[in-house]
Design a protein around this ligand. Structure first.
Ligand SMILES: C[S@@+](CC[C@H](N)C(=O)[O-])C[C@H]1O[C@@H](n2cnc3c(N)ncnc32)[C@H](O)[C@@H]1O
Length: 241
């Protein structure tokens, strides 16, 4: 029998996730509503230096990956990273639950013949087990998933091949100041910090993770991650299945 231990920190962060997920539903706004209505590119362009370092660091990380067969990007948005990922595999699939962002990705990726896009919720990846060499979730997309992080990470593990890599890059627990600065800069309304995440009136939820929280999430999915940082406000977790 396998006994899965749940730490107090894990229980607390799950409860916070469910709580803030529920609050959003009660307010009638979800993360999906936010990304479907908001010009997400605004959040990245001219962002504070710490965010630029995060974005550049992730791109450097991708460029250093060895070339492989098939990559899945979970939460691909308007396709910014798919362009770079396209150089790293024979086939790249980007999934996102926002139709609007996928439309933009389609325009941006015209001519990238090895990239495909599919509308999909990360909680329910419509791929067979063991399909991809790398499954990646970058730019704190994993921090936009209140209450479903366990489900998403198990789905990522399920669809990655044996010996393949699950890679998740998120805001570290040092990111609060720069999150607040960036979200105020672009005029998000009703910004609040909950202790481990920033939430707004229009459904946005952006969590930060401690190293331990990330390790626990991977471990409850049966993965052992190596955690590094591409900059001070980032953790990048990589696990081989
Ligand atoms: C922070 S953006 C990152 C976009 C892209 N990876 C990039 O770096 O430019 C997060 C993206 O994840 C998508 N997303 C969030 N939760 C999702 C879910 N449960 N299923 C699918 N997509 C999701 C959003 O629609 C948004 O496009």
């Amino acid at each position: 029998m396998v006994v899965v231990k749940t730490s107090n920190e894990q229980i607390k962060s799950r409860l916070q996730g469910y709580f803030f997920g529920t609050i959003h539903i009660m307010l009638g706004k979800t993360v999906k509503d936010f990304y479907s209505a908001f010009d997400f590119e605004k959040m990245l362009v001219d962002s504070p230096k710490e965010i630029q370092d995060f974005l550049i660091g992730e791109i450097e990380f991708i460029k250093n990956l060895s070339k492989t067969g098939k990559i899945l990007e979970v939460g691909c948005g308007y396709g910014r990273l798919l362009k770079i990922l396209s150089e790293k595999a024979e086939e790249v699939i980007g999934v996102d639950f926002s139709k609007q962002l996928l439309e933009k990705a389609k325009e941006n990726l015209e001519g990238f013949s090895n990239v495909k896009l599919q509308e999909m919720d990360a909680q329910n990846l419509l791929f067979a087990n063991n399909s991809f060499n790398y499954v990646v979730c970058l730019d704190n997309t994993f921090g936009n998933m209140p209450g479903i992080e366990d489900k998403v990470i198990s789905e990522m593990k399920r669809v990655v091949k044996k010996g393949g890599k699950v890679i998740i890059s998120v805001f570290s627990d040092l990111a609060k100041g720069v999150q607040l600065e960036n979200y105020s800069r672009i005029g998000l309304l009703g910004i609040k910090d909950t202790g481990n995440a920033v939430v707004t009136d229009n459904g946005f939820y952006s969590r930060r993770f401690s190293k331990k929280e990330l390790e626990d999430l991977f471990e409850s999915a049966g993965l052992k991650p190596t955690i590094s940082s591409v900059c001070p406000v980032n953790y990048l977790a990589l696990a081989t299945k």
